[in-house]
Ligand binder design. Sequence first.
Ligand code: AN0
Ligand code: CP
Length: 312
Amino acid sequence: MSVKDVPSLSDLLEEALEVKQNPFAWKSLGKNKSICLLFLNPSLRTRLSSQRAAQNLGLDSVVLDVNSGGWKLEFADGVVMNGDSAEHIKEAAAVIGAYFDMVAIRAFASLKNREEDYSEKILSAFIKYCGVPVINMESSTGHPLQAFADLITITENKIVEKPKVVLTWAPHPNALPQAVANSFAEWMLKADVELAITHPEGYELSSEFSGGLAPEFDQRKAFENADFIYAKNWSSYSEYGKVLSIDSDWMVTSEKMKLTNNAKFMHCLPVRRNQIVEDEVIDSANSIVIEEAANRIVSMQTVLKMILEDMG
Ligand code: AN0
Ligand code: CP
């Protein structure tokens, strides 16, 4: 679900690097076991990397795009289901749990109701009703498999013991969830890095994830001495779901990258070029976005391997 499920980040990282070195060493671990990959939202990386990770472990995977292939789900208790929802989460989750040994779910924040999103309504319902292990493939508040892949990528690319890692907000035309930024902050606070967060005023993340780390509102100042620049857009948490700024002055440019310690550029993707980041930066030798995306197989495979080992 989150980094809170990880007793030792260094042990987990060690495990991940071992998985990366020997991706096919546990090919029989998933024999006669299966996972359902449920998507309530679009995905390229998470969908494909999860299938690759499962295949490396001999684990059978089935993808269901709930919105296009399944029935519209009801989550509220005790309602008269005379609207457009055809099936209740209670039956849907229990049936999926009866068919598969584990379930992975992507269900983004609605960005309409903060309490509901931050209570993890959908993810919690699956945990409650499906009866098998559940893996978070980006929920309303977090994207742990992304943050785990990011940490692997930073570990592999760092040239100083404790690198300065800067999470920078960047402009985007639409309202995006806080999930990626939340998890990145939460994981980096536990890792052996110096984290700085920079964004315009009004974009403070929930302190549950930022640990109350004070943001630097001057992006250029935050970039000084940075070893990694991690760009991401998110909508406001305090004015929930609102786009408060589309100021193009927050885009990551090559001119700003010059302020850093020859920093590597990271982004979880998908990224809007010349909105979030200039072509010149993402196309430069310092851009490690593809390597970062490739590590999504490693983060998922490590988690699946540990769950399978637990199942015995
Ligand atoms: C999603 C987000 O910001 O949460 C998924 C990122 C992995 N991004 C978009 O919707 C563009
Ligand atoms: N980074 C990430 O999760 O990408 P997708 O939304 O394409 O899965």
